[in-house]
Design a protein around this ligand. Sequence first.
Ligand SMILES: NC(=O)c1ccc[n+]([C@@H]2O[C@H](COP(=O)([O-])OP(=O)(O)OC[C@H]3O[C@@H](n4cnc5c(N)ncnc54)[C@H](OP(=O)(O)O)[C@@H]3O)[C@@H](O)[C@H]2O)c1
Length: 302
Amino acid sequence: MPGIELCRNVAVPGSMLIIGTSGLIGSCLYEALKGDHQVTGTFFSCPQKGLIKLDMTERNQVRQLMEELVPGVVFIPAAMPNVEACEENPGLCYQVNVEGVGYVLEAAAGVGAKIVYFSTDYVFDGAAGPYGEDEPPNPISVYGRAKYAVERRVQQSRSPWLIIRTTVVYGPEQQGKNFVLGLIRRVKQGAVVKVPRDQVGTPTYAPNLCRVVKELVELGEEGIYHVAGPDLLDRYQFALEAAQIFDLDQNLIVPVTTAELGQKAPRPLAAGLKVDKVRARVTTPLTGVREGLREMKRALQQ
Ligand SMILES: NC(=O)c1ccc[n+]([C@@H]2O[C@H](COP(=O)([O-])OP(=O)(O)OC[C@H]3O[C@@H](n4cnc5c(N)ncnc54)[C@H](OP(=O)(O)O)[C@@H]3O)[C@@H](O)[C@H]2O)c1
């Protein structure tokens, strides 16, 4: 009966699905949302209690999950976000970051769910950051081009959509991959860590990012929002701030240029994101670098 078919596909307000809950941003989102919303999360290769396994490059798996849950909002932090790995394997990068996410967009539109897609300041070329929402993207890496390709697909979706661009995200994380956790681990092992002094950005504390995103979603916002920390600094300065808060030996942190690092993927150097638009919309204050690092230290000690 047409009536029954219609009911089945009505998105339930408040029911939320996070694709990629086992990652840094996904896990913080889950924490931010779970008290007030009914949330389901997925993992891909790192099983975690309570999460459902999903490979978003498998179109049928994605469609089945979406039709089973019929969420009102689908958050998509899931990605292959390793910029070097994307440059080395553009085929896999495209399969995960563009095709896989494309299946999620298609299935979300099929059940009328709102899409919240996580993107990056790597959609810009880094010639003149920090960037506002209205400035034209011009990605310079395989990863950046994949993220921008998806942004354009999201904007053509039949579903309501919100694109969150963020950058240099740090915080407590089970998989320990982010810049600050990597720095702490390596310096504590006595390794010399070379850090670029010419990559400028706006580091973003993950739990703060997710509280802001929650507020935007609850306000029913759509469109593109830049959500990042308020402080503009280069990666070496950021590493020194982290060293101070986490009592690391600063002598082991060595400033270099990006060219000296010999990385495969070109990096946007003058990057970072302007946050005037989000500040004007939400009441949650944006967390600065020192405050974020201190909060992270407290969270890791618990
Ligand atoms: N971290 C940053 O500094 C930063 C900056 C700007 C933008 N972003 C964007 O923010 C998003 C989240 O970043 P993040 O740092 O949270 O990444 P992350 O920690 O690497 O998490 C990625 C998530 O995607 C999942 N995933 C990977 N392949 C998948 C697949 N084939 N099917 C389904 N799920 C899959 C992972 O699952 P498993 O771990 O279980 O394999 C994980 O849950 C990304 O889109 C990234 O582009 C991040």
